[in-house]
Ligand binder design. Sequence first.
Ligand SMILES: Cc1cc2nc3c(=O)[nH]c(=O)nc-3n(C[C@H](O)[C@H](O)[C@H](O)COP(=O)(O)O)c2cc1C
Length: 315
Amino acid sequence: MVSSEGLVRGIDRTLEYAEYTEPERPISIQIFGGDPDKMAAAAQVVEGMGADIVDVNMGCPVPKIAKHHAGCSLMREPAHAATVIAAMTKAVKIPVTVKMRAGWNDAEKNASTLARMVQDAGAAAVAVHGRTAAQSYSGWADWDLVARIADELTIPVFGSGDCIEPEHVMERLGSGVEGVLVGRGVLRNPWILSQAADLAAGRTPRVVTRAERGQFLLDYVDLLLTERIREPQGFRHTAADLAQVFRPAHPGHARWVINKVRALGSWYTKGLESGSHLRTAINGAESVDHLREIISTFFCAGADFDPSPCAASSF
Ligand SMILES: Cc1cc2nc3c(=O)[nH]c(=O)nc-3n(C[C@H](O)[C@H](O)[C@H](O)COP(=O)(O)O)c2cc1C
């Protein structure tokens, strides 16, 4: 989710957020904003970066975004939201899609109306997170509403919300949607999609060992350590006016790596036996080596994990 304003003005940080790598295709870059002309210009920047799809955020409930007539507050002005989509579809050849919530609150649960309006304005697909902005992440997503919208529209409709286990993905795929978006479930269990694919193919979902879970985090640490420091030329697709920036490794980079692993750790440790101990230990990591020790010890030691001594010789 990147700012249309930042893309149009060529703000380096915004352009960096929109970067992607070839193996990630198909690439959909999501933008937020409420001004039709700026959103159209931002869509052209996205298209110029080689993205396959430009998506519009109409679901973000965060006041910082919503107060600028962007994110979920666009749902409160459906005619204006449709104008935004019409301007964008005129400006680019790539598909323009929309991600929305069920509505602003229970009294304004208008996803069905808005979805039809953006379809008429030229949207190629919509995704609906079945919670209102007022709900944020509480309660449950309204999949009856999602299924109804899927039934009403002629363009593909994707559903989102509460697919935490591979079985949930399969169950929701049966609701008439074109596909399911998995959010928090992937952060908890990055294998959920391949496990759902196993179920779809009639196989038993693959079992992920504790060692694999540990290795995943260690690989993540290694990838973060080399990000923008050692990458093959052309690895990163950037905006035309943003040169590929290689930064020298500096002490601040290590802190950034630790913070990124902390952020993932808050999700990744959920549902793991003694996961809260791992979370606390990661949050206290003082260096990248310490972080590696914590991860290796936890995933070797199992439930008896004691983060304090962290003996490197134990793995
Ligand atoms: C950490 C996090 C970041 C998210 N970022 C975005 C975003 O940038 N754009 C968006 O449309 N939705 C975003 N979402 C919402 C998810 O796409 C999804 O609709 C929501 O989490 C409900 O699905 P879930 O129950 O599978 O997590 C985010 C959710 C989480 C938890």
